[in-house]
Design a protein around this ligand. Structure first.
Ligand code: SF4
Ligand code: SF4
Length: 465
């Protein structure tokens, strides 16, 4: 049994003050000038240490307040209130919500799993991954207490074509071509995002994180620079259409990604001639007919498929189709065609939380690629200013590679621990076994159909409170 994979995390402070969810509003008018003001009784000294951060134009009071509500409840004239800060509400968008962004910040800073207290106050169902629940029926098993200690749960996965069977000679030697497989200890591959105010130093930090974690970093070949030689095996160059650029270093790459287009087969053959050792991953946008294209690519010799959805996890041609549905559709088509084990299925787009990794695997992916969380780990606010050519509010491009790497390692450490929690609670000990285990989840659409289909369609939405 391989040694236990662990991601070692440690606190990595923010470079900028984070935008807190709520702020303190303290009115002066009507103050009774009590002998002992409740502001003096704040155990965190929030009012005593009050200052203005002139660089960020932020009041320290909002960042330092620990939301104990003591001052709010104790002021006899009720002059102190807490309210949601407008800047917090404007973070991200309707998919990359302020809640998701602030939790990613927390995980990148501390490496810890965010805890929101007892119970879950939100709706039972929602769009995307929220319309899917995982089976935690094993959560009471006594062995679960050891998932971070004695109990062995493997999160490793393999990339490449697995042999259907092994053949041996009379002498007991393995015969035939041995398929090339790459194992990574966590089903998460890093991917350089399509936007962001990142620099060469940032990319170096992401590459350092990929190497440290034992995983891979996918990046456009145009961004490949002068990375140290030993980073090469951890990088997946993404070729744009039309084949590789001149001067590209072939020998060090273990995986190379090419896009689906009319020339993919020529590019694929070209790559095999130049670097027969590298696995070639074919990237297809999630859109109608993807199942047929995937099957034809596998028949053409491709062993790794990457399904790509939009940043919000949507299909390119139909907003109602989510990455979850795309993965399920392709996985089931591969099973139906009897070629599921001949291919590795990767998925990207809309992967925003640790639970999305487990849910993607349950839907049929072998591993996922994450991109925007890599930016958010570096304090990104998903404000899209960089996409408009405006300066980044957190000066991401100035971050040192070591800081970048440590923040991403923290984030992945927190996600890895959450994956262990989910797998432990499901009684699944190997991430490879989680692939396509749809019996380990319930899907809102399926339940709704089987329970209420006879009553007609639900046109007014389906949020259950
Ligand atoms: S809510 Fe609690 S932590 Fe925040 S300022 Fe008031 S007393 Fe201090
Ligand atoms: S904070 Fe805004 S400007 Fe900076 S990288 Fe993120 S989206 Fe771009």
């Amino acid at each position: 049994m391989p040694s236990k994979y662990m991601i070692h995390t440690r606190s990595v402070p923010n470079r900028f003050k984070t935008i807190s969810r709520s702020g303190v509003i303290a009115w002066e008018e009507g103050c009774l000038k009590c002998a002992l003001c409740v502001k003096k009784q704040c155990v965190y000294g929030v009012y005593d240490n009050r200052a203005l951060d002139s660089r960020q134009m932020l009041e320290s009071i909002d960042n330092q307040c620990m939301n104990c509500f003591r001052c709010v409840q104790s002021c006899p004239k009720e002059l102190i209130h807490k309210s949601v800060i407008p800047e917090y509400k404007s973070l991200g968008d309707d998919y990359w919500t302020p809640d998701i962004i602030s939790k990613l910040w927390y995980q990148a800073e501390t490496g810890k799993i965010p805890v929101s207290g007892a119970g879950y106050p939100g709706p039972f169902s929602g769009p995307g991954f929220d319309a899917m629940w995982t089976d935690m029926s094993e959560i009471v098993r006594p062995t679960r207490d050891g998932i971070h200690g004695r109990e062995y749960i493997s999160t490793a996965i393999d990339i490449g074509k697995k042999p259907g069977r092994l053949s041996f000679s009379r002498e007991g030697e393995l015969v035939g071509e041995i398929p090339r497989i790459i194992s990574i200890p966590i089903p998460i591959i890093l991917k350089v995002p399509a936007f962001g105010s990142f620099s060469k130093e940032t990319i170096k930090g992401w590459a350092m994180a990929a190497k440290d974690l034992g995983t891979l970093l996918a990046l456009p070949e145009t961004l490949l620079g002068n990375e140290p030689r030993d980073y090469g095996p951890h990088l997946i160059p993404i070729l744009s259409g039309g084949g590789p650029k001149k001067g590209f270093s072939w020998k060090r790459s273990r995986v190379i990604e090419i896009p689906w287009n009319k020339d993919w087969r020529r590019t694929f053959d070209d790559l095999r001639k130049k670097n027969g050792h590298a696995l070639v991953s074919l990237r297809l946008a999630l859109r109608e007919g993807i199942e047929e294209r995937v099957i034809s690519a596998i028949r053409g010799g491709i062993s790794t498929i990457h399904i790509e959805a939009s940043d919000h996890g949507k299909a390119a041609d139909r907003r109602e189709v989510f990455i979850r549905d795309g993965i399920r559709g392709v996985h089931l088509a591969l099973v139906e065609a009897g070629v599921r084990d001949e291919v590795t299925l990767l998925a990207s787009g809309g992967l925003a939380m640790a639970e999305h990794v487990a849910k993607s695997l349950i839907c049929g992916a072998d591993a996922v690629l994450i991109d925007i969380p890599l930016l958010v780990a570096l304090e990104c606010r998903v404000c899209m200013r960089c996409a408009k050519g405006l300066p980044c509010p957190v000066e991401m491009e100035k971050a040192r590679p070591s800081w970048v790497a440590r923040r991403v390692i923290n984030l992945l450490g927190a996600w890895h621990n959450q994956l262990l929690e989910v797998m432990g609670a499901m009684g699944v000990r190997d991430a490879r076994r989680l692939r396509g285990e749809a019996g380990r989840a319930m899907f809102y659409d399926d339940l709704d159909r089987s329970t209420f289909a006879s009553l007609g369609s639900n046109a007014d939405g389906y949020e259950l409170e």
